[in-house]
Design a protein around this ligand. Sequence first.
Ligand SMILES: N[C@@H](CCC(=O)N[C@@H](CS)C(=O)NCC(=O)O)C(=O)O
Length: 197
Amino acid sequence: MKLFWAPQTRSQRAIWMLEEAGIEYELELIDIRNPERQDSDEFLAASPMGKVPAIVDGDVGMSESAAICIYVADRYCAGTLAPAYDDPLRGQFLYWTMYTPAVVEPAMSEKFNKVEANRVRSGWGDFDLMIETFDDGLEGKEWILGDEFSAADVMLGSSAVFMRMFEMLPDTRNIGAYADRCMARPAHQKASELSSG
Ligand SMILES: N[C@@H](CCC(=O)N[C@@H](CS)C(=O)NCC(=O)O)C(=O)O
């Protein structure tokens, strides 16, 4: 397993996921802050937009952090970090794993850039609806699926931690404490150390 990464980016999620999965990987740095950089064919085949994180695992090459989390969990930790295909929790697992790129990030970007929101017309609703839904989803649970940590928590937990870092996380019943639980995990701590550069 090779992970193309850069410090202080969404690569941190992929490292966190690989650490949770307990599989060996090598890191290849992509100097995303250098506009003159020449990307290798191997990296571009895995990440056609030239974005990190991306992985190459044997014949498999892919990017998009949520897709990477689902792939790694299904391929290496089925039944633990990903519910099996016939587990009733599978639907919620997919919903919450995709919630970060489909809902949290567009809503964060809109708010950060002070773009006027339209809760009905936008597929991600708006920032307040995103937070309310996320917070309600955690009600009475340790992790988003219940008692068991899964790859969905890697994506959602990194969103919660990012929002706090950017001072965008409002007071909530559940999200702040959930971010604390995520940050206390050894795999998260290892990923933070590595990805801080
Ligand atoms: N939706 C993608 C976003 C990936 C992304 O935006 N990566 C940024 C770093 S966080 C990047 O590679 N930027 C460098 C560039 O665009 O050249 C994911 O979740 O993996």
